[in-house]
Design a protein around this ligand. Structure first.
Ligand code: AMP
Length: 374
């Protein structure tokens, strides 16, 4: 298949901040853009050339996006197979629906990892509390869980019987005592070529990513093993586009795969400004069939997520970000702030990054105090 020519339209299933940033990168490469989302003021629909309003799970809406596009991609793996297949029947879609089918269900993803020999924590299927083998244990919904939603830690049988999580089918996972959480972001092109970014180190709060730094503070040996796992996973899946592999680093140096996201990823936001090619441009390059760009870092980088909680006292006091060298604030254009909703992030690239990693909480506290009154 020939590369998508500049001037042609890249259509994106999903209209959140990930879609918005893919669209902006695609525009810089000379493409026209389209995106599909149920909300006409969604982050991506605000910036694309052709906004298509409709549900991403609706096959008819997906067909409307396909009709307006020359090539399709997605910002998010939790899209109904019917919509994915409807879109892919009209225009080329990367990554392929078959990749999404493996990843979107935690059980099929874990079975895939097991079959291919990737290390992961013990797990099993859990239709009810009776299927849990021991406590403590983590229970996650098979489908539609993200950002800590649809998952719960169970410390006892009482916890397990006192939850509605089993209203949909679940998996259980053995609790991992990790030293660090890391992720590898890579892109795999249509011809199978792979470009890997420096390993990122992640801090989560309440199951939601809080901050990322890159490069991760890990040994070269761990970094090399993490990269190898991520490359092999992309190859085994036959993935095309950017993907993220989240891993736990254990005290003995062992790595376990936590989960795969077959798309641009929050822990790769540091690449925007932090690397020669952002993950968003890289994704557009991979799916459009262009040569992949350099993943070299411009300097050490830190990314901090700004959640809706920070808006509790009104608009954050943005002056709390003043004077930090190499700091960039990126707001996603969301009209309403809710607790836990990803509203914006900032990155610090260069010499000030190491200090920012330590001071992020202080900075968030200052931002959340609300607007300065004169
Ligand atoms: P997930 O949505 O599966 O990535 O889970 C969100 C976060 O919950 C992870 O990044 C970890 O911080 C934590 N977590 C998930 N699964 C486990 C586990 N099996 N053991 C320990 N922590 C976990």
């Amino acid at each position: 298949m020939t590369p998508l020519a500049p001037g042609k339209t890249l259509g994106i299933l999903g209209g959140g901040q990930l879609g918005r940033l893919i669209a902006e990168a695609a525009k810089s490469l000379g493409y026209r853009t389209a995106a599909l989302d149920a909300a006409k003021d969604s982050p991506a629909l605000q910036v694309v050339d052709v906004p298509v309003v409709g549900g991403v799970d609706d096959p008819e809406a997906a067909k409307r996006l396909a009709a307006a596009s020359d090539l399709l991609t997605l910002e998010w793996e939790l899209i109904s197979p019917a919509a994915l297949n409807a879109a892919a029947s009209l225009k080329p879609l990367f990554p392929a629906p078959a990749v999404l089918a493996i990843i979107a269900d935690r059980l099929t993803q874990k079975n895939f990892l097991k079959k291919n020999g990737f290390p992961q924590t013990e797990y099993g299927e859990a239709a009810s509390a009776n299927d849990l083998p021991y406590y403590p244990v983590i229970v996650k919904r098979r489908r539609h869980g993200y950002d800590g939603k649809g998952q719960a830690r169970m410390n006892s049988a009482a916890d397990a019987h006192n939850t509605d999580i089993f209203a949909a089918s679940c998996v259980w996972e053995k609790l991992v005592s990790f030293n660090k959480e890391i992720s590898v972001i890579l892109a795999r092109g249509r011809g199978g070529e792979i470009a890997v970014y420096p390993v990122a180190e992640n801090l989560h709060r309440n199951g939601i990513l809080h901050a990322t730094r890159a490069p991760a503070e890990i040994s070269p040996d761990v970094a090399a093993r993490a990269e190898k796992i991520a490359r092999s996973a992309a190859e085994a899946l036959g993935h095309v586009g950017v993907m993220a592999v989240e891993m736990f680093l254990l005290p003995d140096g062992e790595l376990l795969v936590n989960e795969i996201a077959p798309r641009v990823h929050n822990s790769g936001h540091y690449t925007l400004g932090g690397c020669a090619t952002s993950q968003f441009e890289q994704h557009a390059r991979a799916v459009c069939g262009l040569p992949l760009g350099s993943t070299a870092m411009k300097g050490p980088a830190v990314m901090v997520n700004l959640l809706g909680d920070l808006w509790t006292n009104g608009t954050p006091d943005w002056s709390a970000l003043d004077g930090v060298q190499g700091l960039t604030l990126l707001q996603y254009g969301k009209a309403s702030a809710r607790p836990g909703r990803k509203m914006a992030h900032y990155t610090v690239v260069g010499a000030a990054a190491a200090d920012e990693w330590r001071r992020a909480d202080e900075r968030l506290a200052a931002l959340g105090r609300g607007p300065k009154r004169s």
